[in-house]
Write a protein that binds this ligand. Structure first.
Ligand SMILES: C[S@@+](CC[C@H](N)C(=O)[O-])C[C@H]1O[C@@H](n2cnc3c(N)ncnc32)[C@H](O)[C@@H]1O
Length: 277
């Protein structure tokens, strides 16, 4: 891990776990409750180092995790939350070197873990109908990755994916948009055999439509739908119990595997009883 540099976004975390966000800038001064510290005193430190402000208040300096970065990045469209972002690359089985289609890009919250999963040799192609959302997502991706993955291992099409997928023989299709059933015919055409179709949907009628479309296409197997609930717990002395608040629902994940069926001969030839004599 390289030491903190000017331009890095950091978190200052106090003893109670309260987080204060700032972006380091050479020559700038951080002020907190009448105390100060020069940014230059933080630049060059290692992730996790403890610092003291001018009157002794202490903080740990931490690089935001991807989950923290995602929750605080600027949004265009509604983002997927970390609990679903963690699961999608696993359930879509996104692997290093894979060619993946994502739609819509939204704010780019899913784009970042997908880029992490495909690694340096994979390619992610995103479809997005709204130019303003695509621009926001690209900014979020570019402020996370350095150098920018754009035009190298990330392509963004300003296109409606319901009208078709331009790429051939893709390994994975990952969707977070309202009508993924309209993408199923394109997945039939452009997903390679053994490839995985995954979509995230908030409501049951949407799932019914996409599952029906996958079943009717006749080239998908292992069609599965699930949801996850994340329940944080409070562990504080003798108070050991679930937190009073939780996100009760985000959405459902549906996955399916594209297959190549055995082509059966139209008529069965009856065995010739004389041929073995
Ligand atoms: C819920 S947002 C996706 C959020 C994204 N997964 C994230 O976490 O940042 C849905 C996105 O799909 C886009 N969209 C909707 N229909 C589309 C279509 N037919 N083709 C491409 N993008 C579409 C919307 O403009 C929107 O940006």
């Amino acid at each position: 891990m390289t030491p903190f540099a000017s331009g890095d976004r950091i978190h200052l975390v106090n003893k109670k776990g309260r987080v204060y966000r700032l972006q380091l800038q050479t020559g700038a001064v951080y002020q907190f409750s009448g105390e100060t510290i020069d940014h230059d005193d933080i630049i060059g430190l290692a992730d996790g180092t403890e610092i003291a402000l001018s009157r002794g208040t202490r903080f740990f300096v931490l690089k935001p995790t991807l989950s923290e970065y995602t929750l605080h990045m600027k949004r265009g469209a509604q983002i997927l939350y970390p609990k679903d972002l963690a699961l999608i690359p696993m359930w879509a089985d996104v692997y290093p070197g894979a060619s993946v289609i994502e739609a819509g890009i939204g704010s780019g919250a899913l784009t970042i873990p997908l880029l992490n999963a495909i690694g340096e040799k994979g390619h992610l192609t995103c479809y997005e109908i709204r130019d303003d959302f695509a621009a926001r997502a690209i900014k979020n991706v570019e402020s996370y990755f350095s150098p920018s993955p754009l035009n190298d291992r990330l392509t963004v099409h300003h296109r409606d994916i319901y009208e078709g997928i331009l790429e051939e023989e893709v390994d994975r299709i990952v969707l977070d948009l309202p009508e993924p059933h309209l993408v199923v015919p394109h997945a039939v055409e452009k997903l390679r055999s053994g490839g995985i179709f995954l979509c995230f949907l908030p409501t049951v009628p949407q799932i019914e439509k996409v599952v029906a479309a996958l079943q009717e296409a006749k080239v998908f197997e292992s069609i599965e739908t699930f949801e996850t609930l994340l329940r944080p717990w409070n562990i504080d002395g003798r108070s050991v119990r679930p937190n009073l608040r939780m996100v009760a629902h985000s959405g459902f994940i549906t996955t399916a595997r594209k297959v190549k069926r055995l082509v059966r001969p139209e008529t069965q030839v009856p065995p010739d009883s004389n041929s073995s004599l």
